[in-house]
Design a protein around this ligand. Structure first.
Ligand SMILES: NC(=O)c1ccc[n+]([C@@H]2O[C@H](COP(=O)([O-])OP(=O)(O)OC[C@H]3O[C@@H](n4cnc5c(N)ncnc54)[C@H](O)[C@@H]3O)[C@@H](O)[C@H]2O)c1
Length: 204
């Protein structure tokens, strides 16, 4: 498999704008940082406020353009406002990364309605409403990319986080359906990335 070189420069990214949900720590941070180093303008939101502010400050100090919005993605209005603020500030959002998640372990036998709803409000609902806010501009420009962070957990039949795995299965359906809704090419406009910390045989 061809792997991107860690120090490679991708000139096509320079000057583009990205927005990453849940970008202050973890994999989100691991996308925000290289996006900024490629010369992209990066907006990101998170509930981890000290980490988000520190990341934006360190990228800014290094001469990169990064903006952090302290947003709990369960607040849909706040999420969409952060996206609008980012688009207003930099005139566009070229890349939306639906990354935010919470994979808390839950026993299906005593999972409550409130816990189920909370899991959907973090792992599924924000992706739809971020997509609702961003692609109209992409469609107008005939340019853009939406990356939905999926998980192999539902395909691998993990049983310890039923609400999370259900949401992640739905994320894949969301990716496929919004591209069709917009009459767009699935491959060109949107992709689910199936994240895994383990290796699985092809066709698992
Ligand atoms: N790490 C893995 O092994 C793994 C495996 C499969 C899939 N994934 C997927 O990759 C993505 C990133 O994974 P990760 O391990 O970095 O996740 P993580 O839990 O470490 O980080 C998610 C980020 O979202 C933030 N967040 C959580 N709840 C929030 C809320 N209500 N509002 C705003 N921000 C909130 C967290 O503060 C954190 O910065 C997720 O979509 C996850 O499902 C990860």
């Amino acid at each position: 498999m061809n792997r991107p070189l860690p120090n490679a420069i991708y000139p096509g990214l320079k000057g583009r704008t990205a927005f990453v949900t849940g970008g202050a720590t973890g994999i989100g941070c691991a996308m925000v940082t290289p996006f900024a180093r490629q010369g992209m303008r990066v907006g990101f939101c998170d509930i981890a406020i000290p980490e988000g502010e520190a990341l934006a400050a360190s990228l800014g100090a290094a001469g990169h353009e990064a903006r952090f919005d302290p947003v709990d993605v369960r607040d849909t209005d706040a999420l969409q406002q952060a996206l609008r603020n980012t688009a207003d500030r930099w005139a566009t959002i070229d890349v939306l990364v639906n990354n935010v998640a919470n994979d808390s372990r839950q026993d299906w036998r005593d999972l409550t309605c409130a816990e189920w709803d909370n899991a959907m409000a973090i792992n599924l609902r924000p992706a739809f409403f971020a997509i609702q806010a961003v692609p109209p501009g992409m469609i107008a420009r005939e340019h853009g990319s939406i990356i939905d962070l999926g998980s192999i957990s539902w395909k691998a039949k993990y049983g310890t986080m039923p609400a999370y795995t259900t949401a992640k299965a739905a994320i894949h359906g969301l990716t496929r359906s919004y591209t069709v809704l917009h009459g767009l090419s699935y491959r060109r406009w949107g992709n689910t990335i199936f994240v895994s910390t383990r290796s699985f045989p092809v066709g698992f």
